[in-house]
Design a protein around this ligand. Structure first.
Ligand code: DGL
Length: 270
């Protein structure tokens, strides 16, 4: 029973960590497109083409289900891939919907009309490509009314994390939070809409203050995947050994991965 997990680089490891804890009986094949990261500064067509070819690779390896553990790919490519039509017996899922369901107090499959929800002011922190796609606002509008979203494109943060420069990453978080607060002084909730950002959750929380509820994706995606596989047991795929694949330099990527998983893992060339 093997599910494919795709990200532009290392951020998807935050999702992999959570789904492996939630579904210990499953194996996962992780593919990071480190050679082309960050995706967040690429245009939508580029992200779509890169994502599509890597998801195809995971399908070809025997994964029936692939999770885009990347908001940028989910925002720029998921809907288009689903509209193009996926091969028979294959599926691709993104990471947006579980987060928005949590924010709008919905359970899976609740397709009732949009309604008022508890939160009114939401700060979204994401990559420039995710912010410009407005995919978050679109998905939110299907489910909630009266929610004001202020988005902050967090330029530079993913590069700093991928380079292992956490001091720079934290300084960038503080300046992006300040910029957000100039536009929305009192957000009630903040969404970390990039799978790299859980590594900086404390920095976001400290800069936002204790009154802001910070939503991070990994555990929400893990719960949602467990629920999906319960409802679609045919999507668990062939029994394959767990693997970590990268389009980048396997040694360098393996060294960087330590900070995400706090254990040693060996990436292989994709
Ligand atoms: N971790 C990814 C995301 O969730 C992408 C970051 C990037 O490649 O810019 O958006």
């Amino acid at each position: 029973m093997t599910v494919g997990i795709f990200d532009s680089g290392l951020g998807g490891l935050t999702v992999l960590d959570a789904v492996s804890r939630r579904l210990p009986e499953m194996t996962f094949i992780y593919l990071g497109d480190n050679a082309h990261a960050p995706y967040g500064v690429r245009d939508a067509d580029d992200v779509y083409c890169l994502t599509k070819s890597h998801v195809q690779k995971l399908w070809d390896m025997g994964c029936d289900l692939v999770v885009l553990a990347c908001n940028t790919a989910s925002a720029a490519a998921l809907r288009r891939m689903q509209e193009d039509g996926v091969p028979k017996g294959k599926r691709v899922l993104g990471v947006f919907v579980p987060l928005i369901e949590a924010l709008t107090e919905r359970t899976w499959g609740d397709n009732s009309p949009p309604r008022e929800v508890g939160v009114k002011n939401v700060a979204l922190f994401a990559t420039p490509a995710t912010v410009s796609s407005r995919a978050f606002q679109r998905e939110l509008a299907f489910r909630a009314i009266g929610v004001d979203v202020e988005a902050q494109a967090c330029g530079g943060v993913v590069d700093a994390i991928e380079e292992g420069d956490m001091i720079l990453a934290e300084a960038l978080v503080r300046s992006h939070v300040e910029a957000l607060k100039r536009k929305m002084p009192h957000p009630q909730a903040a969404v970390l809409g990039c799978t790299h950002y859980p590594l900086l959750q404390e920095a976001f929380q400290a800069a936002l203050g204790p009154d802001v509820q910070v939503f991070s994706q990994a555990d929400l995606v893990a719960e949602s995947l467990a629920d999906y596989l319960d409802r679609h047991p045919q999507m668990t795929g062939a029994d394959l050994p767990a693997r970590f694949l990268t389009t980048g330099d396997p040694k360098r990527v393996s060294d960087r991965a330590m900070q995400f998983l706090r254990r040693k893992i060996a990436f292989e060339a994709a």
